[in-house]
Structure formats: C-alpha cells, structure tokens
Design a protein. Structure first.
Length: 301
C-alpha cells in the first residue's frame, strides 16, 4: 500500500492510468463470473445481485468502521433512499442482462449512460444543453441502435436490459450530483453501502431466495471481493487525477470485456459492434473534452 501511495504522489498521471486499467480488469472479471454463475450454473439473477453486493459489503466493513455511524447523519434521507432505489434497479437490470446477452454487447450498451445523464440534467436539473451536447447524445444513441439492431431477426428484448441499467445508473449519477452540494462523500457512500444489500435482499426474497453452495459459493466470495476492490480502485483513480484525464482509460473496459468474453465463453462480437462502439466512445470522449475545455474557459474568466 505504501508503494502505491508513493507512486500516486510522485507520478499521479501514470498511477491514475494504471489504477483505472486495474479497475477495468477487475470489472471484466466480475462480468465473466456473473455470466458464469447465471448462465452456466443456473443461479437466479436477482439472488446473484444480492449475494454479490452482500459479500462486497462484508469486505467494506473496515471502511464503514473507519467513517463511523455518524456519517449517516443527513437532512435528505428521502434523496438518499431514491438514489439507492435507482442504483438497485440498475444492478438488477445489469445482472439480468448479463444472464441473457454476451458481455461485449452489454458493456457497449451500458456505456450510453453519459447520454442519459445529459438528458436528465436538462429535464430535471434545468442545465443548458447546447448543440454540441445534443449532437453527441444523438451520435451515442445511433451507436447503440447499430449494436442493438432492433430491426434484426436476432434481436431480443433482453438486449434492452443493459440500456435500462444505463438509464437507471444515469439517474443515480444525477441524484449523486445533486446530493454533493450538501452532503459529504462519506455520507453518500455509507448510505449506498448500507441500503443496497437489504433492498437487494427484499428482491431476492420476493423472487425465491437461493442459497449458494459449492462452486457457486466460491464464485460469490470472489465476486464480492472483486466488487469491493473494483469500487475502491475506481474511486482512487478519480482521486489521483482529473476525471477528464482518467475517463479514456475507463473506456478500455470495452476491449477488456470483449477479450474476456471471447476467452471464457467463445463470444465472437459482430462486426457492427465496432462501428457502434466507435460512435458511442467517440461521442463520450467528445463530450468529456468539450466539457473540460468549457470549464477551463469559465475558470479563466
């Protein structure tokens, strides 16, 4: 840990890039294990979401102990509960999607989340959305349509689940953004960690609770550990360098997941994936650089 801290202090750009890539590797492993336990072992997607995040919570207990119960003090409990509800539904849609569609398709489609955030910021937060943002949003959704191909005979409604997850996680991000004006990061994180598991548990009970045994239990322990580690690495990367610099390294999760899906499951992505992915990635990177320049221009005034 000390070596990592020294690297962050001496070479923050290199450290942030390396940490974000490691987070991408961890998330790719999470997606492979999730598909394995749902597709190969037949474990229900709702119970899968519960056990993954319940075990992740156990691995996060040292963090909760460090920040203390006092971090839960808030004047906006309803906003926290709504945010957690969006996050839970997003997790459920994502895990259910991974149980039905190839990893590469799910990852490419969930990357439409920034465009839902732009739309939501305009509708619910009253933020101005100029021509550049609208053009990027339209381009990103065009890429999603190319990947989905709803006009194709091979299209299934399950392919929309990652898009639904992107929409719900976009709503989660908007609530997070609104809460950061009045709440500390510790308060926001603790409310999410403590509420996510019981709400997922209620869904699991309603759908027929499943207890993991044997290889499934081993996979869930690995899933929980990887989830806690991946979230920590993601936070650490953004704390080490500017988001505008770090974000392109996060986009490496697409080829990482394509590779993981091909090696483990033999998924061969269709050629249209790359065209759609280029449109989504290109639009996302354009928005990121555009917003970064706009913020610097405002700061210089």
């Amino acid at each position: 840990m000390n070596q990592l801290e020294n690297l962050r202090l001496r070479y923050p750009a290199i450290a942030a890039a390396a940490i974000m890539v490691l987070a991408g590797v961890a998330f790719a492993a999470i997606n492979v294990l999730t598909q394995w336990v749902t597709m190969k072992l037949g474990f229900g997607s709702v119970s899968t979401a519960f056990w993954q995040y319940a075990i992740a919570l156990l691995f996060s207990l040292p963090y909760l102990w460090r920040v203390g119960v006092g971090a839960m003090r808030t004047r906006f409990p309803a906003s926290h509960i709504i945010r957690v509800a969006f996050s839970v539904f997003g997790v459920q849609a994502w895990v259910m999607g991974l149980a039905h569609v190839p990893i590469w398709q799910a990852i490419a489609l969930v990357m439409t989340s920034p465009f839902f955030i732009i739309l939501g910021a305009r509708i619910f937060l009253g933020e101005r959305v100029g021509p550049a943002r609208w053009a990027a949003t339209a381009t990103g959704f065009a890429g999603a349509m190319i990947i989905l191909q709803p006009w194709s005979d091979t299209f299934t409604w399950a392919a929309l689940l990652p898009v639904l997850a992107a929409l719900l996680w976009g709503a989660t991000s908007l609530y997070t953004k609104s809460l950061t004006h009045d709440e500390s990061p510790e308060t926001i994180t603790v409310w999410l960690l403590l509420l996510l598991t019981p709400v997922n548990g209620a869904f699991a009970l309603a759908s027929g609770f499943e207890l993991p045994t044997g290889s499934a239990l081993a996979i869930f322990v690995a899933l929980g550990l990887l989830t806690a580690v991946a979230q920590y690495l993601l936070t650490l990367a953004y704390a080490t360098a500017d988001a505008a610099y770090v974000q392109p390294f996060d986009d490496l999760k697409l080829p990482l997941n394509v590779l993981a899906g091909w090696v483990v499951f033999g998924y061969a992505p269709a050629g249209t994936l790359w065209l759609g992915a280029i449109l989504i990635l290109g639009a996302s990177l354009f928005i990121m650089t555009y917003e970064s320049r706009r913020e610097r221009a405002v700061a210089a005034e």
